[in-house]
Design a protein around this ligand. Structure first.
Ligand code: GDP
Length: 296
């Protein structure tokens, strides 16, 4: 499970401060050294860790905290707040268009979980009373269209497809016309991925973006790839301008480095997290809940 060892280490380190009636600067510095190591071992971006530790120290070392009745608790509270801040402070929701349909474009590398996540997202919206339409724009990966159709039919959501002989830009355009006619208020476009970022992929995504003007461009990244996920997010954001990230495979990511770094590095929020292959295994991302989970 995500943050398993980080949570254990932080709770142990900070637990030592808890009982102390008084804290010295040395106590705080020692604890912060251990926190720093734990974060680095969790594969959190080096610069992010450095800034985080400085922020905590700046707030923790000082008269008010150290002379308080429960200085250890105060330091833990500061760590909790800074962790929450690191992950974006508050939940970032999808901005639904004031006049529907809301167009959401999902992009990411092959295998990140785009097709699965498209279905998960559609299922979530349906539960909230929306009438989504899924659009199959991944015409390159064999079986991607079929996969989306299977996902769609298992949760009762229509899938718009024009096979694999049409240009994805045309498919997306036609899908929106179709969705408007059929009263779909959310249109989720599943785009193609590649094993690595390349020019062709980026050009195609840019063309779709220019043509359909999505309200949200969400990048799907695999949490298990750690700092690579952060680099992918940076590259997609620079090129395409993303509105947020969906982090998948948190169930397989024991360290959590991507979850703790992406927001700080890219300034773009994590909007949803996925914790399994099943279609209901998606949830909105709450930075405060995640921080509390780490600190126990
Ligand atoms: P795409 O190439 O980006 O469209 O990726 P797919 O949607 O085909 O997903 C690739 C693989 O990852 C599939 O086997 C999915 O079942 C799996 N997968 C997707 N999301 C998750 C997740 O949150 N947890 C786990 N364990 N597997 C996932």
């Amino acid at each position: 499970m995500i943050f398993e060892s980080l949570a254990e280490k932080l709770q142990k380190t900070l637990g030592k401060l808890k009982g102390k009636g008084k804290l010295s600067e040395k106590d705080v510095n020692n604890a912060m050294r251990e926190v720093k190591l734990a974060l680095l071992e969790a594969d959190v971006n080096f610069k992010v860790v450095k800034k985080f530790i400085n922020n905590v120290k700046e707030r923790a070392v000082g008269h008010e905290v150290m002379e308080s009745l429960t200085p250890g608790q105060q330091v833990i509270k500061i760590v909790n707040e800074e962790l929450t801040k690191l992950m974006g402070e508050t939940q970032s929701k999808i901005e639904f268009a004031s006049s529907p349909p809301t167009i959401i474009m999902l992009c990411g590398l092959q295998g990140a979980g785009k097709t699965t996540t498209s279905g998960k997202l559609a299922g979530l919206f349906k539960k909230n009373g929306k009438t989504p339409l899924l659009v199959a724009c991944d015409i390159y990966r064999p079986a991607a269209i079929k996969q989306l159709q299977v996902v769609g039919s298992s949760i009762g959501i229509p899938v718009f497809s024009m096979g694999d002989k049409q240009n994805p830009v045309n498919i997306a355009k036609a899908a929106i016309e179709y969705g408007k006619k059929n009263g779909n208020d959310v249109i989720i476009i599943d785009t193609a991925g590649r094993l690595h970022i390349d020019e062709d992929l980026m050009n195609e995504l840019e063309n779709i973006k220019d043509e359909v003007k999505p309200h949200e461009i969400l990048l799907v990244v695999d949490a298990m790839t750690g700092q690579d996920a952060v680099t992918v997010a940076e590259t997609f954001d620079n090129r395409l301008g993303i509105d947020g990230v969906i982090l998948t495979k948190l169930d397989g990511d024991a360290r959590g480095g991507a979850a703790l770094s992406i927001r700080a590095v890219t300034q773009k929020p994590i909007k949803f997290v996925c914790m399994g292959e099943k279609l209901e295994q998606i949830e909105p991302f709450h930075p405060d809940r995640m921080a509390s989970r780490i600190l126990g």
